[in-house]
Each structure stands twice: as C-alpha cells, then as structure tokens.
Design a protein around this ligand. Structure first.
Ligand SMILES: NC(=O)c1ccc[n+]([C@@H]2O[C@H](COP(=O)([O-])OP(=O)(O)OC[C@H]3O[C@@H](n4cnc5c(N)ncnc54)[C@H](O)[C@@H]3O)[C@@H](O)[C@H]2O)c1
Length: 450
C-alpha cells in the first residue's frame, strides 16, 4: 500500500500532537511531505525536531503565501489544517479544489459565510473533510455516548453542561489571537465547539435554535482596574518584564524550550506575541457565556462556560424519562504547552484539586450506581492517542461503532451553535440556525449528517 502523503498548514503548538505520531509511530503507512505557515522560524523548529529527536528528515517548508505551490509540488493526499481558526476555511477550500482530502482542527470555521464556502467547495469537489473533534474520542465520553444510546435512562429530554476553564488555561486564550472575535470567533466558537459537538453527538441530535448571553467580566483592563488589580495591567506582555515577577497570570516564554523555539524566536516573522497581558484593552471576546439550545428533535441544552475559574473541568447532567446520568470530569488544567503527546501532563494548581472523573446513573425508583470507567491515559483524557490512530493507522476500522468520525456537516452543526449564540447576544433575541446555514433541512439525527 502506498503511504498516505500529508501536508500541514499551521505549525504552532497544536500541530505537534499530530506531526510527531505521524512521523514516528505511524511512519510506515504515512509520509509528511510539506509544512506551510506564516512563520519560517516555527517551521524551522519543526524541521529541527523532524531531523533530530523524531528521527525523520526535514521536509520542504512553504511560506503561507505559497500554499498552492506546496500543493502542486508536494502532491499531498491529505491536507491537515492546524492554523489560526479564522484561516481554516481558506485552506480547506483551496485544498479541496486542488483534489486533496482535508483533516481540520476544530473549529471548522468561525462564521456562517465561511461555513457556506466550505460546504460549497466540498459539494463541488466530492472530497472528504474530517474535523479533529478529539473530545469525542476520550474513553469516558464515549462511555457516556454508549449509556445514552443504550437507553440507560430512556429518552433524554434535557442536558445541563457547565464548563469551567481555570485562570491558567482559561487565561491563555486572552493572551493571544483567541482574544479577538475576528480571529477565533470568540470562545463560543473556538472552545465551545467541542462542547456543542459532544452534546450533538451524545444525543444524536441537530441543534435548531439558540438564545444566549455573553459578557467580559474578568479579563481586560477595565475589569482589573474595577476590582483593584490595576497594577496587573501595567505592562503589555509578561516575558522579560521585571514588574510581572509575582503576577499569577504571567507566562514566561523563555522558560520552555518549545515556547522559545516556536514563539519567542519567531516574533519578528509575523508579530505574533504569545504572552500578551490578559488585562489589556483590545480584548473583544466574552469570558462568561450562558445559553439555551433547542434541538430539532425537541431536547433542550442549558450551557455555561466561564474562563476565570479557580478549577477546571465539566459537569454534565442528562435528564431522561427513565432517570438521570451525571458525568463529572475534573482533572486539572490542560493548557497547550506545545509539547509532544508523550510529555503531556495535567497541571494542578492550588484551589484546583481534582475530584477525577465519574459517571453515576440515577434510575427512577432504584438506587443510583457508579459506572465502571474504561482506562484512559495520555493527552486530553486519552483522546488524542485514539484520534491519531483513527487518522494514521490503516488498520483502524473505517466504520466506528460510536460514530466518532465527524465530517464537514457535523463540524458545521457544532460551530453554528456558537455563531448563533454570538448573533443572539448581539441582537438580544433567539436565533434559528437554519437562517444562518441550511444544513440538510429534512435531517433529524446527527448521524444523518456527514
Ligand atoms: N482539539 C484541541 O484540543 C486543540 C488544542 C489546541 C489547539 N487546537 C486548534 O489547533 C489550531 C492551532 O492552534 P495552536 O494552539 O497550535 O495555535 P498557535 O497560535 O500555536 O498556532 C497557530 C499557527 O497558525 C499560523 N498561522 C496564522 N495565520 C496563518 C495563515 N494565514 N496562514 C498560515 N498559517 C497561519 C501561525 O503562524 C501559527 O504557527 C487552532 O485551530 C486551534 O483551535 C485544538
């Protein structure tokens, strides 16, 4: 069998999670043929890793402006999109028209126009698009899917999902491009796409209508000054700043080999600063969001996300007509530190004591019970490892019993909740998703979408 040829666009922190396994564990069946990014320094960092510790070889590195030339010269079968969220649609569309399949990091894209452009390009070319929804592949979350699909609590009518990002991981989104709606679509798209996808997939349902609130109450200069923390807003960035020595929000790019090589040394390439002050003026995303979603099949989701919590994790409850399932996942923070999957660690901070993961079923009229959990190790609760196998191992089953492969339509079904929520906040009214993007109007179940 010919090895599958992969080209990557976007060689920041996240791409390591895919490139390293591809060229080590999965190199027999796959080939890395090219890299593309705005920053030559970041690509050179990858090429040093490829030729050094990963025991592969350097590959051609193309500036972002030469993406099409990369496709012509390296002839990839699959383009892996790991760039900034607002650029995904452009690379997906161009890769599809060049005859490639695409795997894209979440979110599929950040607004309705870009989403329609992706759907149109896929329809015109017939090529395959997959979204790397690693959360689905976490063994505990798959267990929840199994319980619901198996009718453990009968038909589910409502879900509550509370997600907490802590002052380490949550703050990290306010240090860089994610803090701008035009680049990330806000956390309602960038982050919540994971959570909306989980609920769509757990319920096998398609979202139809959203009403939302969103505010910036903690990060940003005004909020710091209002609560007497104005001194934390006094400098534009953290690295090399003597006044930031005792600042609990500081990130020192000089302290890690990966951060130095990927970001600090690359600042002149594109002006990307990875450690900007989280209490600066130009933040235009929310750090507190709450919303309700109604699905085509009648279920209701109550969702909240806050990004300034002392602890990190999620609490999900499902109410069915035969009982209730509670799923707790409090395992500490997992900020993306641009390390290889094998070195990934969950970080504990004071105040963030873990209570671990558990699933408890409360049947009507019977005692509750804890559900035995499958083993899970590695990055993102074991999800990244299983996801990589699904992408890179030809022996991995093409038909997943739990429907964990997500195509462009399922990717759209999740971002559209966040996009509609943004619109709902702006217009102060409920938004119908069908008014944003018409996603197979006759479909009722998520599995009816590609
Ligand atoms: N599923 C997960 O758990 C997970 C975790 C982290 C990040 N992500 C996703 O991965 C992607 C990358 O995130 P990251 O944390 O590596 O961010 P990053 O900022 O470290 O990397 C982004 C890269 O995109 C490049 N880039 C920006 N504009 C570009 C353009 N026009 N053309 C080409 N390259 C461009 C930057 O130079 C940078 O190298 C994002 O889409 C993010 O949502 C997913």
């Amino acid at each position: 069998m010919q090895p599958k040829r992969f080209a990557f666009v976007g060689t920041g922190g996240r791409a390591i999670s895919f490139i390293e396994p591809l060229v080590t564990q999965y190199r027999v069946h796959n080939e890395l043929v090219g890299l593309c990014d705005l920053s030559p320094t970041r690509m050179a960092y990858y090429n040093r890793k490829l030729a050094g510790p990963w025991g592969y070889h350097a590959v051609p590195a193309y500036p972002a402006a030469d993406f099409d030339r990369m496709l012509r010269e390296t002839k990839p079968d699959i383009v892996f999109v790991c760039s900034k969220d607002s650029t995904h649609h452009d690379y997906i569309v161009r890769a599809l028209h060049a005859g490639c399949d695409v795997i894209t990091e979440k979110p599929l894209t950040i607004d309705a126009d870009k989403c329609r452009a992706i759907l149109a390009a896929q329809e015109a070319t017939g090529r395959r698009v997959r979204v790397a929804f690693n959360y689905r592949w976490g063994p505990f979350r798959t267990k929840v899917r199994e319980l619901i699909a198996g009718g453990t609590i009968g038909r589910v009518h409502s879900v509550n999902l509370e997600y907490l990002l802590d002052t380490n991981h949550g703050a990290d989104y306010f240090r860089r491009w994610h803090a701008h709606t035009a680049e990330s679509g806000t956390l309602l798209v960038h982050k919540s796409t994971h959570h909306f996808d989980l609920v769509n997939w757990w319920l096998d349902a398609i979202p139809a209508q959203v009403f939302a609130f969103g505010d910036l109450v903690f990060y940003g200069r005004k909020n710091a000054e209002a609560r007497g923390d104005g001194h934390l807003a006094a400098y534009p960035r953290y690295t090399g700043e003597p006044r930031a020595k005792a600042d609990p929000f500081r990130l020192d790019l000089d302290k890690s080999e990966a951060f130095r090589g990927l970001y600090r040394d690359a600042e002149a390439d594109s002006g990307y600063l990875r450690d900007r002050n989280v209490f600066r003026d130009d933040i235009d995303i929310y750090d507190q969001m709450s919303l309700n979603v109604r699905y085509r099949t009648g279920e209701v989701l109550t969702y909240s996300l806050i990004a300034y919590s002392p602890r990190e994790g999620m609490r999900v409850t499902f109410n069915g007509d035969r009982g209730r399932i509670e799923y707790h996942e409090f395992i500490g923070t997992h900020m993306n530190r641009a390390v290889s999957p094998g070195e990934f660690t969950i970080e504990q901070k004071p105040g963030a004591e873990a209570e671990g993961e558990w699933i408890r079923v409360f049947p009507h009229f019977k005692p509750s019970y804890l559900v035995p959990l499958p083993p899970a190790t590695g990055a993102h609760g074991g999800a990244d490892e299983i996801l990589c196998r699904s992408f890179f191992d030809p022996a991995a089953p093409a038909d997943d019993p739990w429907g964990r492969f997500a195509g462009h339509e399922q990717g759209a079904a999740s971002i559209l909740v966040g996009i509609a929520a943004r619109e709902s906040i702006r217009q102060n009214r409920p938004i119908n998703l069908a008014d944003l993007v018409a996603l197979r109007p006759a479909a009722t179940r998520l599995q009816n979408l590609v």
